[in-house]
Ligand binder design. Structure first.
Ligand code: FE
Ligand code: CA
Length: 501
């Protein structure tokens, strides 16, 4: 704080002349915080976005933003620095690809504009390709409806020792829903670029969320609420016209890119944005980050948000979740994989969950259960990998789950291909816990569920075991809530399946 006010104070002497020449920046132009992401072994993306003095009037023009990355938290051992341009067309966001870094170590970074310094963020590079790595820790998080709770979970996640945060979707919510709101969006459903930007700015104004971004690099994918609830490819249930929907999707994707620590190469082009990606963490893990929204087949056999019982179309082998190109990319990534663990980073629950009662089958249409042939192909690719051990992590369902992913869910004795963990939700309300508990007997591959508990998962990898803990805050209605561990699991290398630990 001292350093920052000193810098700001010193610059005040000459700031007014600059301010006259350009649209005025907010007194704290870095009010949305700083972030880092896409950690590779020699580079990382550094992010921030400049705020205008008048939040109701968009900032015009462009601003030179200097950046510094250093080996120490006081920024004395500077390894790289430079100047990026924050442009109006990208909402004055800055996405610096800081290269020339050493593998598997922490770095600290800071931005400066017009003599005003940002908070200092910490990040961490991935280990080098074949580096022997003894341990890795990742948080898995999703679903942070702003109105339903405070982000105390993020304050605790910031304090965890992590290599990266894996955020698997529903970073913003486009709609207000749920009960007992602690705060309000204050605006309706965003449909324009300006409105999506404002929604991200609101979410990113939260100090606990900022702390988690400033503490760890994030690896991100999206789910549906970044655009519209339950959208599939070029339509959503409330937007059946693809032309209108794709115009909105273009705005939503652009705002997403603008607010995430993603590289310039991922900038959207029209309504398309290639988000799926691959990361290597030395000899211990490869992360395969997928996008199951942009390219998927439309819902089939919908009755409400469930599929009709025994609907033939649901089983149609041509139905896709990833699209042909991404599916081929995933299969070849699995074939070429060579680290100790594969981690599939994706948005929803992958395991089959029959929600029916009394011998009737009922499947939730928007998850992988609406696309069983696509799930089968994905799990076949996982089974064909030379790497025996694969974990799937997910979100979306607002509950903690541990599950065995079966080659054939209809046969409980069929091989377990991979182990799945869904890391709860940060604040978004889940269905009543008793409803899920009642489903367990019909779904023997489901090893654990807990709903109406909020937080994130931590996956700790070692060569012989993966340990997973589910971390939950006491109350999402308390900004200062404490956190505790709800459940622990272990997966032994060579023995896929979730075992309580
Ligand atoms: Fe959600
Ligand atoms: Ca979702």
């Amino acid at each position: 704080m001292k350093r920052r006010s000193f810098v700001a104070g010193a610059s005040a002497l000459w700031l007014p002349s600059l301010a006259r020449a350009q649209a005025p920046l907010a007194p704290d132009p870095f009010g949305l915080g700083v972030a880092s992401g896409r950690p590779l072994s020699d580079s990382v993306v550094l992010w921030t976005r400049l705020l205008a003095a008048d939040p109701t009037a968009p900032l015009g023009g462009s601003f030179p933003v200097s950046w510094t990355i250093a080996e120490d938290e006081r920024l004395q051992k500077v390894v790289r620095s430079g100047t990026a341009t924050a442009e109006a067309r990208w909402a004055h966001s800055v996405h610096v690809e800081a290269g020339g870094l050493k593998p598997n170590r922490s770095y600290w970074y800071r931005f400066t504009v017009n003599g005003v310094a940002s908070p200092i963020g910490r990040t961490r590079t991935a280990p080098a390709g074949n580096e022997r790595v003894a341990a890795l820790n990742f948080a898995v998080a999703s679903c942070q409806q702003y109105e339903q709770g405070y982000y105390a979970a993020w304050r605790h996640a910031a304090a965890e020792e992590l290599n990266a945060v894996l955020f698997v979707g529903d970073y913003i919510y486009e709609v207000s829903w749920g009960r007992d709101h602690v705060r309000k969006h204050g605006t309706g459903r965003p449909t324009t670029l300006r409105e999506f930007r404002d929604r991200y700015a609101l979410y990113k104004s939260d100090r606990d969320l900022q702390a988690a971004h400033a503490a760890h690099p994030w690896i991100v994918t999206w789910d549906d609420h970044e655009v519209a609830n339950d959208y599939t490819n070029d339509i959503s249930p409330t937007d059946p016209d693809p032309n209108a929907f794709l115009a909105m999707r273009a705005a939503a994707y652009q705002a997403y890119w603008e607010h995430m620590p993603l590289p310039n190469a991922m900038q959207p082009s029209g309504s398309a944005m290639k988000l799926y990606d691959h990361y290597r963490y030395g000899d211990l893990a490869e992360l395969h980050v997928i996008d199951d929204r942009q390219y998927r087949s439309h819902h089939s056999c919908m009755v409400g948000d469930h599929a009709e019982p025994d609907c033939a179309e649901r089983l149609d082998p041509s139905r896709t979740m990833l699209g042909a190109e991404q599916e081929a990319w995933f299969a070849s990534g699995m074939k070429r994989a060579s680290a100790r663990w594969n981690i599939v980073v994706q948005q929803t629950l992958m395991a089959e969950l029959d929600r029916g009662k009394n011998g009737q089958h009922k499947f939730w249409e928007d998850g992988w259960d609406g696309y069983p042939a696509a799930r089968r192909r994905l799990l076949d690719a996982v089974a064909a990998s030379p790497v025996r051990d694969t974990l799937v992590v997910g979100g979306d369902v607002h509950a903690f789950w541990a599950a065995d992913l079966k080659q054939d869910f209809a046969r409980p004795n069929s091989p377990t291909v991979a182990t799945e963990f869904v890391g709860g939700s940060i604040t978004s309300a889940g269905s009543p816990d008793k409803d899920f508990q009642a489903m367990l007997p019909n779904n023997p591959h489901m090893k654990y569920v807990r709903s109406r508990a909020y937080g994130y998962g931590v996956v700790s990898l070692a060569p012989r075991t993966a340990a997973v803990s589910f971390r939950t805050v006491k109350s999402i209605k308390d900004v200062n809530s404490s956190i505790s561990t709800l459940a622990r699991f272990a997966v032994e290398a060579g023995k896929p399946g979730a075992v309580p630990a």
